[in-house]
Structure formats: structure tokens, C-alpha cells
Design a protein around this ligand. Structure first.
Ligand code: MG
Length: 196
């Protein structure tokens, strides 16, 4: 509980500091953007060498043990293009099943564990160190502004904000509704707060 309160306090402090950057990320993001609409070739042209993928909402619906099947071709193409050592998974919920999935299907891709949860920048900083690339060459793909995008602002890495996250309302209605509400309010909060 104390950890959670500390994280909320940290988030609010950082929200104040990065409110304009967050609003820019939100307002410049295409509507209905999902992971497999991202062109790795375009990212490479922009100098992105390392891709960091959030899990819930980005690779699968909330709480799923493995990435969504329909994303496998994109994931494989991404790994072929960047190399497995330059693809990372950074989730605030690094479940065993997820780590095992990547070990089994995409060896070389690293799931980051034992770091403070986003928006703390620790996970991204660890990835920068592991990849041997500068922060400018790293991009996080995340569906949350106050966790992932905020961590990216702090760690000074670029971010692609997923505006069309994967949602399985029929399977986990309570948690999906909770996160849909959270996404809605964080967008509103950032839009309003950035005008101050
Ligand atoms: Mg997420």
C-alpha cells in the first residue's frame, strides 16, 4: 500500500513536470492506432534501434498470459528487422507465463523484471544500459499516458501511444472497464492540466 501511495505521489509530481510533453504525445497520436499498424521500416528511418513493448493493452488484452495470436506476424517481422536483442517487453505485470512465452517463441527478446513499475523510469534505464544504445534510439510502445508515456518522458526516450488498445470486455469486464475508465480520465486530465 505504501509503495502504491509513493508511486501515485511520484506520478503526480512528474505529471506536473511533463504535462505539456504528455499532452503533445496524446494530441499528436493518430486515432485508432494499434501495435500492428506501426511500421518498423519507418521507425528505423527515424533512428529507432530498440523497441520496448508494453504488454497489457498493447500485446494482448488485460491479464492475458500470452500475446494475442493475430499480432504474431507483426512481432516476428519486428524481431527480424531489429534483431531479438533489441526488442524488450516492459510490463508492470511481468507474469511468469509471459516471460516463458517469449523464451519459448522469441528467444533473445528480454522481458524486464525486478524494476520499479512505470512511471518510474528504472525499467527504461535498465533497457538503455542493456541495449548499449543511446536513449534517443529507444522507443516505448504503450497504451497508458500516466505510466508508460510518463516513464518515457522521464527517461527521455520516444514513445508511440497506442490509442486503440486490445480489450476483451467479455472475458474480464470488471478490469477492462476499470482500465477503459482510467485511460479516459488520464486523457482528460492531461488535456485540461496542460492548459494551466
Ligand atoms: Mg498497458
Amino acid at each position: 500500500m505504501q509503495q502504491l501511495l509513493k508511486r501515485i505521489h511520484f506520478s503526480l509530481r512528474m505529471l506536473h513536470r511533463y504535462r505539456h510533453a504528455l499532452a503533445k504525445i496524446y494530441h499528436s497520436s493518430p486515432r485508432h492506432l494499434r501495435l500492428d499498424k506501426i511500421s518498423i521500416a519507418t521507425l528505423k528511418l527515424k533512428g529507432v534501434a530498440v523497441l520496448v513493448l508494453d504488454f497489457d493493452g498493447v500485446l494482448a488484452a488485460h491479464g492475458e498470459p500470452e500475446p494475442a495470436e493475430e499480432l504474431e506476424p507483426w512481432l516476428q517481422a519486428c524481431i527480424n528487422r531489429l534483431g531479438p536483442k533489441q526488442v524488450f517487453v516492459l510490463s508492470n505485470k511481468p507474469l511468469e507465463s509471459r516471460i516463458a512465452y517469449f523464451k519459448r517463441h522469441y528467444p533473445g527478446v528480454r522481458c524486464i523484471v525486478d524494476v520499479k513499475k512505470k512511471p518510474y523510469p528504472d525499467g527504461l534505464q535498465k533497457i538503455i544500459a542493456l541495449s548499449g544504445q543511446p536513449a534517443e534510439a529507444v522507443m516505448l510502445v504503450d497504451d497508458r499516458l500516466l505510466t508508460g508515456a510518463l516513464a518515457a518522458c522521464i527517461a527521455q526516450v520516444s514513445v508511440t501511444y497506442i490509442t486503440h488498445p486490445i480489450v476483451l470486455l467479455s472475458k474480464r469486464p470488471v478490469s477492462e472497464l476499470f482500465f477503459m475508465t482510467l485511460r479516459f480520465w488520464e486523457r482528460r486530465l492531461i488535456s485540461l492540466y496542460s492548459r494551466l
